[in-house]
Write a protein that binds this ligand. Sequence first.
Ligand SMILES: Cc1cc2nc3c(=O)[nH]c(=O)nc-3n(C[C@H](O)[C@H](O)[C@H](O)COP(=O)(O)OP(=O)(O)OC[C@H]3O[C@@H](n4cnc5c(N)ncnc54)[C@H](O)[C@@H]3O)c2cc1C
Length: 476
Amino acid sequence: MTKSWDVIVVGGGTVGMTAAIFASRRGGRVLVLEAASEIGGTLHISSGRMSAAGTKLQAKKGIEDTADEHYDDVMRICRNTADPALVRLAVDHSAETFDWLCDLGLPLVPSSPVYDHPGSHEPYLKPRYAWGVELGRSILRVLRPQFYAEVATGNVAVKTRTRVHSLIQDPQIRAVSGVRAKGADGGESDYFGSNVLLATGGFAASPAMVAEIHGSPLYSIGAWPQAQGDGLRLGRAVGGYVRGGEHFHANFGVVLESYDYPAETMGRAITMPEVRPPWEIYVDSRGDRFVAEDERSIDARERELIALPDRRYWIVFDERALREAPPLMEFWSRDQMVRTLGNHVMFQKGASLEELAHRTGMDPARLTATVTAYNGAFNGEDPMGRKHRPAPILEGPFYAVRQHSTLIVSTAGLVADAGLRVVDKHGRPIPNLYAAGEVLGSVATMGDAAANGMLVTPALTFGRLLGEKLLTWPSL
Ligand SMILES: Cc1cc2nc3c(=O)[nH]c(=O)nc-3n(C[C@H](O)[C@H](O)[C@H](O)COP(=O)(O)OP(=O)(O)OC[C@H]3O[C@@H](n4cnc5c(N)ncnc54)[C@H](O)[C@@H]3O)c2cc1C
């Protein structure tokens, strides 16, 4: 493979497959270099929930919706912290992407589209949220045959187990003309092309990059293992820059196996008040409450958690809650909970609140004061504004379950303009270099929040638009 390509796609995932399909249909000669042993990227594990306005499905169900309303909703949810030009590009073209997948036979769950679902993030004001019966894999099952049909035409070549580690750039004119990659056999190769598309995904599987960019430990890995931040490094090395480090976003938490980070997930406490109204209180590592535990807005709950210095907390309850409340841990029996409490580092038990504080590292005086204040306000207003208070926390022994915030996507990413060209700090495009998907960071299309479906749909849409029209090459 020493010829020059019209498009070199770095990463054969959500963006990369879609861009290759559409560039090939325009007659482009496309090389896809993929670090993993198979294509598909994050679609293998993603929930693949999409949002799109003005779709055929909505029309069929009598839902009137527009891209403008979708845009306003996304900006409302993220408090205007996303990139307006990229949100606009995404929402203006999402319906075509969604309709294309549906026309190809994407098997949607019958209730689609919806405003939200239990456990999702902030609801939209219109039902425009939909997903396949096998989540991200449903999308992959539809995309993969389309991709290999283009491979069969001879327009697309794909090399798996090939990691791109640097870009080839002319230092005089800053133009990128190719990539350097290490292949499956360990050998180095250079590939040249008219366009290079960074479609490598983010860095949510790299503890080092999460620490560097967000100043936070990576407690567990929920991302595609190849999400190592290569695209950000490649872009930076040729003059691009990264934004969004200050907009760290993480999910409300899981229970981990150990404190040896990144650690495996052991289970999930049910912290969605709409699914299980809480009996417990949530306290930070010192022993202070930080949120109304029955707060319905997951965005509000996550913002309070992210504001804690270590972004983790304890769920504290008493013997009565253990006995009378619905099970706290998802899929765990009461017996399993009883066996684990006091016998695992994340499940602590104390005869008194003071003992529980000593075992968890909390400040005994603070924890006692917190519980006393919670109990003392039962005839009046809860100090945090909580409404659902089934019983005070009085009956020993007392328990604490450790929750760590989790990261499945990376917030920060390279900066690109509305043509998806990677730009430098002065806003000047780096010639021939494009980027789309999570390499732009979730900040690009979701800002500092999580707007439902606003990663996978933009990734597919940007890939399609790049292949269809944004990328150009001399033979066109
Ligand atoms: C558990 C989970 C659930 C999610 N649920 C949703 C959801 O419901 N809705 C939503 O909108 N978003 C969701 N997301 C996010 C969304 O799925 C991703 O942001 C999106 O799929 C990323 O697409 P991408 O093309 O940028 O990256 P990917 O699909 O990950 O593709 C990147 C590809 O590049 C390859 N690669 C990386 N580095 C190199 C290199 N140096 N050289 C060559 N190849 C390389 C990778 O192996 C990968 O195949 C979820 C993510 C996760 C992890």
